[in-house]
Design a protein around this ligand. Sequence first.
Ligand code: 8YV
Length: 322
Amino acid sequence: MNPRAKLLSLGTLMPVIDQALEARFEVLREGPAGDLDAVIAAHGGEIRAIVTRGQRRTDAALIGRLPKLELIANFGVGYDTVEVEAAAAQGVVVTNTPDVLNDEMGDFTVGLLLATVRQLPLAERHLRGGHWQKGAFPLGPSLRGRRIGIAGMGRIGRVIAHRLSGFDLPISYHARNRVPNIDFAYHPDLVGLARAVDVLIVVLPGGETTRHAVNAEVLAALGADGVLINVARGSVVDEEALIAALRDGTILAAGLDVFAAEPHVPDELGAMDNVVLVPHIGTATHHTRGLMADLLIRNVMLWFDGAGPVTPVAETPVVRRG
Ligand code: 8YV
C-alpha cells in the first residue's frame, strides 16, 4: 500500500474536517506553541497540501520550504492570509470557500446594521442592568431616511444589496469597476460614495490593495450622522482613525465583526457605547460552517483524486494532473 500523502493542517479546523482528512492523509500539525520548524524539518520535503483557516499566514517563506506542495485549501472565502503570488510562482493551487456563505453574510450584515443603528445591545444592557424601572431607554437613531452605501460589490455585496432592497432606502456602491446588470448608483471612488451616503457597509476583500481603504478622509466624508459597518477584514479600516472618528463625533456609530489584530480588540472600542462589537461571527452558524467544511473537503479530495479542485481562486491556475 502506498504511504498516505502528507498534509499540513494550520490552526484549529472543525472536527468534521479533521476526521475527513485523517481518514485519507497523514495530517501534520504545528507544535503546541505554533512552532512549525520541527514539523517542516522532519516532513517539509513531502508535504503536498496545506489546509488553513487563516489564523497564521501561509507566506512565501513557508511555501518556499515545501517543494512538493500542490494545494493550499483555505477555509473561508477571504484568502488574504495566503500569499497567492508565491503559490502561483511555485505552481501551487489555492482554493477558498465562496458562495456557500453569501446568504449567511447577507442575513448577518442586515442584523449588524439594525443592531448598530437601533442600538439593540445598548438597549439590552439598559434592561438587564435594571435601568428600565428608573427610566425609558432614550430615543435613538433610525434607519429611516438613510442612504446606504456598499463598498465592495462582489458576490456577498450583491446579496447584501438584494436584502436591503426591501428596506425602501436608496442604495449605491463603490467597486474597482462598475458591475453590469445592477441598478444601484456607482461611485468610482470610496470618498465619493462615503460623501453620498449615511451608512457605509464594507465588504471589500482584504489584503494590501485595500489596506486602510477606509481612512480618516473617508470617515470625515461619511459625516457626523454616518454609520460604518465592517464585515470584511479589519485591515480594510484604519482602526486608529476609526477610534478617533467615533470618539470625536466625526461619525455616529459603527458595527464591527472584524478587527485589525484579531482576536485583540482595542480597549477604546470596548469602552464606547456607539459601537457594536462581535467576534468575527459573520459565517459562524452550524449551517454555513458545515457547507464551508464540505466545500473545503471536496476541494482537497478531488484534487488528490486527480479531478481538480472545485473552487480554485482566480490568481492560481489549475494544472490538470495526468
Ligand atoms: C470565517 C471569513 O470566519 O470566509 C471568510 O473569509 O472570514 C469567515 O467565513 C473564517 O474564514 C474562518 O475562520
